[in-house]
Design a protein around this ligand. Structure first.
Ligand code: GLY
Length: 411
């Protein structure tokens, strides 16, 4: 129920705002949190100088719960699958409310192998997927090329996963912005200078333009920036780190037969490469994964490696127009899973740490945060209990389970 009326709950006194919920960060995670909170009748504000940006502006938008499966991440798999299952209704609801298309497309994914090592990895992944009851079909190289004729003759086999789809994160952001606005969310177009606290209670934030925001609850949803927000004690800062991803956008020729019909991915010399074809002719090629701090430079080496690896999969790619190069920062937590809900500080909640799965986890994150913000206990719903915001803190009230072992990437 759009909470247009919620706006009246927010008092405006010049540069002073009072609100039930302040969401710090207007990327897809912040926007979905704000939208769902406002729908539940909470006066909600988003602080971000450029809402609708963030990592999702760079991301390809693969909804790859099955093909990006990692060993040791079964709990995350369940959350990813829960979110993937929400996507059809989520996208339809956004479109119905806003009239905007999110680019959600049930295209399926093909993960292919180029050499004997890749093939062995994919075989293992297939066995793992099957052991978990996931839908995944082994194909010979010839069968892969029958599905996607532009694939290189050297493709040795692959996994057909018809349940891994795509959304266009830029369209998704635009639709979320509109839906949040319609629901009465107030956009404060300024960065957060610092979070404010009164003892152990977080009370809102002061923005870079001088606005003082008093909030009953403050949700940090600023992606990797959440880990260096000013005003919080060091041990209350979320343990998120920036993981750089460089990505390219190309243009496929119009006409038949199509260049590519579904997402194709592979691991080439240990690096993930994926190609996501959109209905509008855009082909997104990603992505590097680099742990070099706050750098978002697009490098010649990054572009070269992506094109070199993609060229091995799809030799025809060198004919396409290269329309955009960009780098973004994934917010990585210690176990690369999201940090959700209440923290040790009263009034402070987290919705960050989504790492490679921010776009995929957008629908479920909105539901989880809405439930936490409106329940009397403030507890996470059962299906999200493994992702508590306190799980890595020593001062927190939540349990501190051991981080799942990092494993070699197989997808
Ligand atoms: N999920 C794809 C990526 O993070 O590159």
């Amino acid at each position: 129920m759009p909470a247009k009326g919620a706006r009246h709950l927010m008092r405006e006194h010049g540069l002073h705002h009072t609100t039930d919920v302040l969401v710090v960060g207007g990327g897809v995670i912040g926007l979905v949190t704000a939208w769902r909170a406002a729908q539940r009748g909470l006066a909600t504000a988003v602080a971000d100088p450029a809402p609708g940006g963030g990592a999702a502006h760079v991301a390809a938008g693969m909804l790859a719960a099955v093909t990006e499966l990692q060993y040791g991440e079964q709990a995350l798999l369940d959350l990813n699958l829960a979110s993937a299952a929400r996507y059809p209704d989520f996208a339809a609801e956004l479109t119905e409310l806003t009239g905007l298309d999110t680019g959600y497309r049930r295209c399926g994914t093909l993960a292919v192998a180029l050499d004997a090592d890749d093939r062995a990895h994919l075989r293992e992944l297939h066995a793992f997927q099957t052991s978990l009851g996931l839908e995944s079909q082994w194909l010979s190289g010839r069968e892969c090329r029958r599905l996607e004729p532009m694939l290189a003759p050297g493709v040795r086999g692959g996994l057909r996963v018809d349940g891994d789809h795509q959304v266009d994160p830029r369209r998704l952001s635009t639709a979320l912005l509109r839906a949040a606005d319609l629901a009465g969310v107030v956009f404060l177009r300024s960065a957060v200078a610092r979070v404010t606290a009164d003892g152990d209670r977080v009370t809102g934030a002061v923005l870079a333009d001088g606005t003082v925001v008093a909030a009953a609850r403050t949700v940090l949803a600023a992606g990797s920036e959440s880990g260096r927000i000013a005003g919080l004690p060091d041990d209350a800062l979320p343990p998120v780190r920036p993981v750089k991803g460089q990505i390219l956008r190309l243009r496929m020729p119009a006409g038949q037969p199509p260049f590519l019909t579904r997402t194709v991915r592979a691991v080439v010399r240990g690096s993930h490469v994926y190609l996501v074809p959109r209905d509008n002719g855009e082909l997104v090629l990603g992505a590097t994964s680099e742990e070099f701090g706050w750098d978002t430079t697009v490098t010649a080496g990054g572009v070269y490696e992506l094109l070199r690896d993609a060229h091995e999969l799809l030799p025809g790619i060198t004919e396409l127009a290269l329309t955009e190069t960009l780098a973004g920062l994934r917010p990585g937590s210690p176990d690369n899973a999201p940090l959700l809900g209440a923290t040790a500080l009263d009034g402070l909640l987290l919705a960050t740490g989504h790492h490679r799965n921010g776009v995929l986890l957008t629908p479920v994150t909105g539901d989880v945060l809405a439930e936490v913000l409106t329940s009397s206990t403030g507890e996470l719903p059962q299906y999200a209990r493994a992702f508590g915001a306190n799980r890595f803190t020593t001062t927190g009230t939540g349990p501190v389970p051991p981080a799942p072992a990092r494993q070699e990437q197989h997808a």
